[in-house]
Each structure stands twice: as C-alpha cells, then as structure tokens.
Write a protein of this length. Structure first.
Length: 401
C-alpha cells in the first residue's frame, strides 16, 4: 500500500532513494496489474475474443482505462484511448495482450494507438493468433513507438488460457469440475447428492459458469439431478446473468426427459445424439427449444472429439464439464481435460455403491495416474477447492449413458 501511494505522488521517503530504473519498473508493474484487473472484467463477455485490459498513463497518472467489450464492440485499447483523448499523446499504454493489427469486426488497434500519439507500449503477452503474433509489435516499432514485452506474462496467460488453447489447437479449453466427499464420492448409494458442496462453493461455481462458453453434462446427470445448468447473479443468490452459457447434454441413446428443467431455462440447450435418430423424440426436444446435434458414434457412444470440434467451429472456446462420473471418466481416460476444479467436503459417504467422482477405465497402476501441475488450494469455509492442470492424450468415444 505504501508503494502504491508513493507512486501516485502521495509521499517520498524511501521512494526518493530508489534509482530511476527501479522506479520505472515498479510503476510499470503496478500499471500492468491494473490492466490485468480490467482484463478479468471482460471474462464472460468478450468470447470468442480474448479478455484484454488496457491502461493509458501520462506523467505517472492514469488518464484512460478500458477492457474488451462484447463481440463487435471496441477492444480494450480503443476504449482506453477514447477515454484519454488528447492526453494520450506522448503517453504510455499498458496492455495485457499484443494489440491487433488486422481488420476484423473492428479496425486494427495498432492504427488507433499510432494515431493517438502513444510513445511507448508495454505488452504482457504476445498474441498467438497468426494474424497478429509479433506483427502488431513490429508495426508499432516501425511507427517509432517503443515496445516492452513480458511484464506479468504468467497472469496474462491464465486470464486467456482458453483463448491460447483455441488458437494453438482449434479446440475448446476443457475444465472438469466436481464436488466430492473425502472418500471421493459424488452421491450416496440411493443417488442423493444435494448438497455435497457448501453454499460458498456453489456461489463460486456460478461465477465460473458465467465466464465459460458452455456447460456439458452426461444424460445421467439430467435424469438423476434434474439440474438447471444456468449462471445466476450474485454468486447464485439472485437472478440469471445476462449471458448464459450454452448447455450441452451428451445423450448417446436419446434418454433425456422432455420435461427436464434444463429445457425451460433462458439461453440455449444442445443435445448430442448418435444414430439411429428417433425423429419423434427429436421433434419434441425441438418443440421445447433444444437443438439436437447428431454426431459420429455407434451403439450409443458419442465421439466427444467430434462434439468439441463442432463447438470450436461455433466459436465455443471454453467447456465446463459438470459430470457425471461416466462423462468425466471418459474425458480423463481420453485426454480431453485441460484443467480440474475439485471441491472436497469434509464428509464420509462410504459404501461400495456410492458413486465416485470419476468413472471410466482409469489408471491400471499408480504410475499411470494423471497428476496435476500448477496446483492451487482455495478454502470456502469448511470446503476446499483443489485446482490444477493436466495434459491431454488421444480422444475416444463416450456414451455418458
């Protein structure tokens, strides 16, 4: 706090004894942190564009701020520069991702930056988009603008981890989320699962739902739990958020009940089937507003890679897997999962018939087990969230039946 106040001109002391290079580094770090905070505000609104934050600084004072607006709206740099006006001339720009240099739904940000008279640009992360990667920085340099790259790169990567994967592979970023007891159960032997996680954890999940493009479940979850699969405001305590994720049901044998709550919610619901198609059931699902997607597969097994590719073609860059056990098992077995969010409650369910969080074939030896890296722990009262990242492998078929 003292450093921040000093940087903003409220004090002296130790600050006066720091070298100019050190002062500049501290200023840059704090301004980039501000840009990262702005970028996080764009999560849930900017997709399929990356979530970007930008800050314009002149003579040590912030004169403009912005973050990526919903698709078709201005990018972060344009918002910040518009707010800055003439104060942008000779100022520094801090932006969490390399400015775009091509025409899309909006003009290139590099042109806007050059015309605004910015003197230097600090970039956290180079854009992996081949239309931009390095080219945006080169255009700025050619116009006489100094560029600095790499400040807070790790944080910038995390904010746009889905965008980075989408650019690298053409497939969505897949997050597996589940809540389990200490002994790894997601339901009792009777199928009861309400509620394993506590209210604080469930509120946090609504925030996650708001940021993703799609939520995917197996049909057993729809039949057993009858979930709504919506994102609700105020951490789930209020009404629906303005942007609802696409809901996806993996239903290889066409068993989803027409009267399920998921079909009566705002937003869109997609049901993934395989052939043969029950035309009458398909018509009934369409009558309640669902889209039936017939995908490759056989004998009730859905090709999940085909589903993910179709979603990617529709500009879906993040998919949240919310169960059940069989869907998660197949996803882990076949290398579909990028990130894990495991909520653990301090309870013992027990019983050989209680359902485990992750089904499928699983590992044959401990050495074959998937391990998480970049693990983080977060507490929600007595509940604990363990999050981390896994590597992908080949992808196979899933019935989720």
């Amino acid at each position: 706090m003292v450093v921040l106040k000093t940087i903003d001109g409220f004090g002296g002391g130790l600050w006066d004894f720091l070298g100019e290079s050190r002062k500049r580094t501290m200023r840059s770090s704090n301004h980039m942190e501000c840009a990262l905070s702005l970028a996080r505000l764009a999560n849930g609104y900017s997709s399929p564009n990356p979530a970007v934050g930008a800050v314009v600084v002149r003579d040590g004072q912030v004169v403009g701020m912005g973050y990526t607006q919903p698709i078709g709206g201005p990018h972060a740099e344009a918002v910040a520069l518009a707010q800055s006006g003439e104060k942008a001339r000779g100022a520094s720009l801090y932006v969490t991702l390399e400015p775009c240099c091509h025409f899309g739904r909006t003009p290139p940000c590099t042109r806007t930056i050059i015309e605004a008279g910015i003197s230097e640009v600090h970039v956290a992360l180079v854009d992996p988009n081949p239309l931009v990667s390095g080219v945006g920085l080169s255009e700025l340099n050619a116009a006489g603008i100094k560029t600095f790259v790499g400040a807070h790169e790790a944080e910038a990567r995390e904010i746009n981890e889905a965008y980075l994967k989408y650019m690298a592979t053409g497939l969505p970023f897949v997050v597996a989320k589940f809540a389990m007891s200490l002994d790894g159960k997601i339901a009792t032997r009777s199928g009861d699962s309400h509620w394993i996680s506590n209210e604080q954890a469930r509120c946090y999940v609504h925030g996650i739902r708001h940021t993703v493009d799609a939520i995917m479940v197996g049909v057993n979850t729809v039949i057993t739990d009858d979930p709504k699969l919506t994102a609700r405001a105020c951490g789930g305590k209020s009404g629906y958020t303005s942007r609802q994720p696409l809901r996806i049901i993996i239903d290889g044998r066409g068993r989803a009940p027409i009267g399920a709550q998921v079909f009566a919610q705002p937003g869109r619901t997609l049901v993934a089937w395989t052939r043969p198609v029950d035309e009458e059931k398909k018509r009934k699902l369409e009558d309640v507003g669902a889209e039936v997607l017939v995908v490759p597969g056989s004998e009730g097994f859905v090709d999940l890679e085909a589903v993910l590719q179709i979603l990617a073609d529709r500009h879906v860059s993040t998919v949240l897997l919310e169960g059940g056990s069989e869907l998660l098992g197949y996803a882990f077995d076949h290398g579909l999962v990028d990130k894990v969010l495991a909520f653990v409650a301090p309870m013992i369910i027990g019983g050989t018939q209680g359902r485990t969080a992750v089904g499928g074939s699983g590992a044959q030896t401990i050495g074959d087990a998937l391990s998480l890296e970049r693990v983080a722990i977060k507490n929600f009262a007595e509940n604990v969230l363990v999050s981390g990242y896994v590597k992908k492998a080949s992808i196979g078929l899933c019935s989720a039946a």
